[in-house]
Design a protein around this ligand. Structure first.
Ligand code: NAD
Length: 264
């Protein structure tokens, strides 16, 4: 019996096998989960996700653009028809127009701000609203966040402001859905090489910084992010909600460059 035996859920945010959503899905699948996947509309996006989800026999692989209310509503309707009640939902989605994330936040455009906030933050609220209707027995919702929402991380710019709002959303949604026994948590991962990460300036240098500064003296592995995501979506974390769990080798607890200074 796996940790996820008999559990069914939806994962939004697999783009390819580098995606954090895929790392977490793999761990849940190994524990017996049944998972439906969404992808951005378009043949290319569908092919990429089908390449991963078809071999594991996913019964639901469907397009979803979180900027469209009707897409989110349809996806959850399809999930209900396919699986009945859901136990977990992973929201692993972020986007900002490249010009608005490459520039300092002070220069981000109004349109770029709106788009980034809508896709990276508001989407969690609308996903949680529909997820709640699909979770009559309670459940767990998790989203992916980053330390750049708590402190200034150069290069993270507008996305840092989005993650701050996402972290606050986790707390308010946890409060809203607590009476239904639905938990909402955020997983704050250290740098992982993915499509989305390549849009962030200095992404490569960031990984080196984690190696130099974090208490564990290294950066996080994809595997570890997968395990922590699985934990938040499983019953093992049943008493935890509204939390931001850092899976970052302890980087966030440092108030100075630590051993990196001692070594200098
Ligand atoms: P990724 O590119 O694999 O995933 C981003 C996903 O967002 C893609 O699947 C993409 O299709 C989806 N997306 C973008 N716009 C969308 C829209 N309008 N509708 C629906 N889906 C949309 O990269 P990733 O690094 O796995 O990112 C997943 C999450 O993890 C993001 O929230 C990211 O900010 C967060 N995160 C990443 C890191 C990292 O270092 N990679 C660290 C901490 C947090």
């Amino acid at each position: 019996m796996g940790l996820f035996s008999g559990k069914k859920g939806l994962v939004l945010g697999v783009a390819n096998d580098f995606s954090i959503a895929w790392a977490i899905s793999q761990k849940m699948l190994a524990e017996g989960a049944e998972i439906g996947f969404t992808h951005l509309p378009g043949d290319k996006m569908e092919r990429r996700v089908r390449k991963l989800a078809d071999p594991i026999g996913a019964k639901l692989i469907t397009p979803c653009d979180v900027q469209k209310d009707e897409d989110v509503a349809r996806v959850f309707e399809e999930a209900r028809q396919t699986y009945g009640a859901l136990d977990f939902v992973l929201h692993s989605i972020a986007f900002a127009p490249i010009d608005d994330i490459k520039c300092n936040y002070v220069n981000a455009s109004r349109e770029g701000f709106k788009t980034a906030m809508e896709i990276s933050v508001y989407s969690l609220a609308i996903v949680a609203r529909h997820a709640a209707e699909s979770m009559p027995n309670g459940g767990s919702i998790a989203t992916m966040t980053y330390y750049g929402g708590e402190r200034v991380v150069s290069g993270y710019n507008l996305m840092g402001v989005c993650k701050a709002a996402l972290d606050a959303s986790v707390r308010y949604l946890a409060y809203d859905l607590g009476p239904k026994n639905i938990r909402v948590n955020g997983l704050s991962a250290g740098p992982v090489k993915t499509l989305a990460a390549s849009a962030v300036g200095d992404a490569d240098k960031l990984a080196g910084l984690y190696e130099a500064v974090s208490p564990l003296g290294r950066n996080i592995t994809r595997e570890e992010v997968g395990n922590s995501g699985m934990f938040l979506l499983s019953d093992l974390s049943s008493g935890i909600t509204g939390e931001i769990l850092h899976v970052d080798c302890g980087y966030n607890v440092m108030g100075s460059p630590g051993r990196a200074i001692e070594a200098a």
